[in-house]
Design a protein around this ligand. Structure first.
Ligand code: NAD
Length: 486
């Protein structure tokens, strides 16, 4: 039987309590293995290991040496690509064809991208005039923040975890990671890579478990944690913010969304359909940046809806290793219950189900899995719960609009503010509308096109803070001003 153990101070350890929970594959609900659940003791050991590693050989490395080490981590992930791919796809059920292009290569790249930013980042310096005419020089000196708690979700497990671990380590911090209870595999495997590359013990630690009254809460409330970076649901973000208030620890929160797609009549319709298809259905709709509300200018509404339905009908559901499959199951049966609840609610709220809406018959071997049909609705009122609440499944609602002012108001009529996609060939309109959208990320004629040097994060209830490029430096380092009187 496979076991997923904690990775503490460079070694794999089980829980002293012997407490474990099952990890099941959402493709067919088969048992992958048992995950050790960390208690207070294991979390405490991991945090203390991370704290003392700050003072060990890791703390003595120069920035260039750290960067070299992290580049070797990226290379080693790529060398063990197939193992990471298999582990990720077994945990999530996502097609190999997607994980091999997004999850694993980006998971590795996250260890390199930030190193380059850091290596090229100038030191802030200001010369100050003084009455004695001699002046003073101010230098902005950055030091690591300390021990960073990384709490990550299940939808892009390796990618979203390394998105935080990469910059945290590049800046000289140490980390304790609590991956999602649904997807422990690739984070566990990363421990082996850290050892193989010679990352000193205690720099990268992993504890497994759940949120409340389990590893997540024990970690975020631990007094030796210096900062917490979290990706997940907005309500969990609130709980973490409360935990961080004690001891005034810094937080970075990347939370949920209810992202709009805006299709103007002057767009390239084929590109808009292709991009909206990806943004609503890739990864079975489990992408925080995904589009769940689509607004289409009336002259192209019928044509757009028709093309979307044709494309959804062509999605090929299947096992991760099936090369023809581009659509996997949801992450778990529990999450399917949530998504199916919204599918039923949409009908209750008066939606027309244009396509999908149910649970597909996948045959005897796969029917135990968390499969769900990709779904398009029309006809819902703007205040329907299905329009306002994040579903995080392969579904979207399509609604016509008539004016630019109207669609800006509709797009912004949400408590969330993570991402938006605008489709138009009129570039002044694109900029005018993008500037008025209340979101951290706006794409024009694209979606999920990411330059890792740019800011990433959400407005409103989609998060606090920005990571990525130089913006990550603000969170992962302490900026000290040294004023030198000449
Ligand atoms: P979640 O909030 O349920 O869980 C995320 C992590 O938090 C898990 O590791 C979980 O165990 C832990 N956790 C839960 N309660 C906790 C607590 N009280 N204290 C400490 N840790 C706790 O989210 P999820 O279901 O895993 O992921 C889906 C959500 O993540 C969606 O809302 C999605 O929009 C969001 N998301 C956001 C981004 C982004 O960049 N903004 C990216 C991906 C996913």
């Amino acid at each position: 039987m496979n076991e997923f153990k904690h990775f503490i101070n460079g070694a794999y350890v089980g829980s002293a309590s012997g407490k474990t929970f099952e990890n099941r594959c959402p493709v067919d609900n088969s048992l992958i293995g048992l995950v050790h659940e960390a208690g207070l003791d294991e979390v405490d050991q991991a945090v203390r290991a991370a704290k003392s590693a700050l003072k060990g050989p890791w703390g003595q490395l120069s920035q260039a040496q750290r960067i070299e080490l992290l580049n070797s981590v990226a290379e080693r992930i790529n060398q063990r690509f197939d193992e990471f791919l298999e582990a990720e796809c077994r945990d999530t059920g996502k097609p190999y064809s997607i994980a091999s292009h997004i999850d694993i290569p980006r998971g590795a790249a996250n260890f390199k991208a930030f190193s380059e930013t850091l290596a090229n980042h100038p030191t802030e310096a200001f010369r100050l005039d003084t009455p004695d005419q001699l002046g003073a020089i101010n230098l902005g000196h950055r030091t690591p923040k300390g021990v960073i708690a990384v709490i990550s979700p299940w939808n892009l497990p390796l990618l979203l975890m390394t998105w935080k671990v990469g910059p945290a380590l590049a800046c000289g911090n140490t980390v304790v990671v609590k991956p999602s209870e649904e997807t422990p595999a690739t984070t566990t495997l990363l421990g082996e890579v850290m050892n193989e590359c010679g990352v000193p013990p205690g720099v990268f630690n992993v504890v497994h478990g759940f949120g409340p009254n389990s590893a997540g809460e024990f970690l975020t409330t631990h007094p030796l944690i210096d900062a917490i970076t979290f990706t997940g649901e907005t309500r969990t973000g609130e709980a973490i913010m409360k935990a961080a208030a004690v001891g005034l620890r810094n937080i970075s929160l990347e939370c949920g969304g209810k992202n709009p797609g805006i299709v103007f009549a002057d767009c390239d319709l084929e590109k808009a359909v292709e991009g909206t298809m990806r943004s609503a259905f890739v990864n079975c709709g489990q992408v925080c940046l995904g589009t769940e509300r689509v607004y289409v200018e009336r002259p192209v509404y019928d044509a757009f809806l028709k093309r979307m339905k044709e494309q959804v009908a062509k999605l090929k559901l299947g096992r991760p290793e099936d090369p023809a499959a581009n659509f996997g199951p949801l992450v778990s049966l529990e999450h399917r219950n949530k998504v199916k609840y919204y599918y039923d609610l949409a009908v209750e709220e008066g939606a027309t189900v244009e396509i999908g809406g149910g649970i597909p018959d996948m045959g005897e071997e796969l029917n135990g899995g968390a499969w769900i049909e990709p779904t398009i609705w029309t006809g819902l009122a703007d205040d329907a719960r299905v329009i306002r609440e994040e579903i995080f499944g392969p579904c979207c609602h399509i609604r016509p609009f008539d004016t630019e002012e109207e669609v800006i108001q509709l797009a912004n009529d949400t408590e969330y503010g993570l991402a938006a996609a605008i489709w138009t060939e009129n570039s002044s309109r694109a900029i005018r509308v993008a500037e008025q959208i209340e979101a951290g990320l706006v794409w024009v004629n694209s979606w999920f096109l990411r330059d890792l040097r740019t800011a990433f994060g959400g407005a409103k209830q989609s998060g606090i803070g920005r990571e990525g490029g130089v913006h990550g430096l603000e969170f992962y380092t302490e900026l000290k001003n040294i004023c030198i009187k000449l």
